[in-house]
Design a protein around this ligand. Structure first.
Ligand code: GTP
Ligand code: MG
Length: 281
């Protein structure tokens, strides 16, 4: 006869989870999954029509995990089909192509679509997110570097992996981390373990570094209006210096951003002095 204890042990051992893949069309979502499940790569592009579904079994520590994979089509045309499948996911693979900036910039809108479809009960803390910077084999056409991708991911408490479905680089490591995190989360009562979320820097710090990297001019870098007064410039500068000082900020890229701000401030000082001299004359 089966005892309650054996039942409980069996329950602990097997686990069923649902994961989905998200990202623009043609970034390589299906190829990443195929590389992992079938150990092969198909160079010809076969767009996913709506959804592809597959099941795989993986072993994490002493547990067998049955993973239901819903591989979504990235094309906007399939929005109506996709929106049925967001609910009840424990894991999300967010994929972009390192050679296409718009696929990286689109990650925010993918999260937006997901939140919208999951409705008000959406609890993003009960989902493990993995960001795949894919097609790293095509080094010559790369436009989004590792620092930028990692910052976007880690500032949100998401994992970051560099992958190539073509060469297989990073694929097994990424899936292992993904499934082991999902298992940890399930064992933690459905909450993403806190240690993974706290990465030692805030979203404000990460967003500021991103703004500085992408700033068009010195006003933009300091986050002030063109022609701002010395007082406004000083205030903005002090705020950034506190936010990004390397002793206080461990976010990747903070040192470069801090240096850029300091250099900019020195430049602004000269500029403002010239301006004042002109006025005095
Ligand atoms: P949709 O289903 O339309 O959303 O696209 P997808 O994201 O599933 O893209 P898919 O996996 O079908 O790959 C798109 C194209 O990129 C195909 O031609 C693949 O061969 C190619 N590709 C995918 N991953 C890689 C990679 O890591 N390196 C290189 N060089 N090509 C890749
Ligand atoms: Mg696909």
């Amino acid at each position: 006869m089966e005892t309650t204890a054996t039942k409980r042990r069996d329950n602990k051992k097997s686990l069923r989870v649902k994961v989905i893949s998200l990202g623009n069309a043609e970034v390589g979502k299906s190829c990443i999954i195929k590389r992992y499940c079938e150990k092969r790569f198909v160079p010809k592009y076969l767009a996913t029509i709506g959804i592809d579904y597959g099941v795989t079994k993986v072993q994490v520590r002493d547990r067998e995990i049955k993973v239901n994979i819903f591989d979504m089509a990235g094309h906007p045309f399939f929005y109506e089909v996709r929106n049925e499948f967001y609910k009840d996911s424990q894991g999300v693979l967010l994929v972009y192509d390192v050679g296409l900036r718009e696929s990286f910039d689109a990650l925010d809108s993918w999260l937006g679509e997901m939140k919208q479809e999951m409705g008000s009960q959406a609890n993003m803390d009960s989902i493990v997110f993995i960001v795949c910077a894919n097609k790293v084999d095509l080094t010559k056409r790369r436009v989004v570097d590792e620092g930028e991708g990692r910052l976007w991911a880690e500032s949100r408490g998401f994992h970051y992996f560099e992958t190539s479905a073509q060469s297989g680089e990073g694929i097994n490591e990424m899936f292992q981390a993904f499934f082991s995190s999902i298992t940890d989360m399930c064992e933690n009562g459905g909450k993403r373990p806190v240690s993974e979320v706290s990465v030692g820097f805030t979203k404000e710090q990460a967003d500021t570094i991103r703004r500085i990297r992408n700033s068009k001019d010195s006003w933009d870098m300091l986050g002030v209006k063109p022609g701002a007064t010395r007082e406004e410039v000083n205030k903005a500068y002090r705020k950034l210096a506190v936010l990004l000082h390397p002793d206080k900020c461990v976010a990747p890229g903070s040192e470069d951003a801090f240096k850029a701000v300091v250099e900019q401030e020195e430049h602004q000082e000269e500029h403002l002095e010239e301006h004042q001299e002109e006025h005095l004359e």
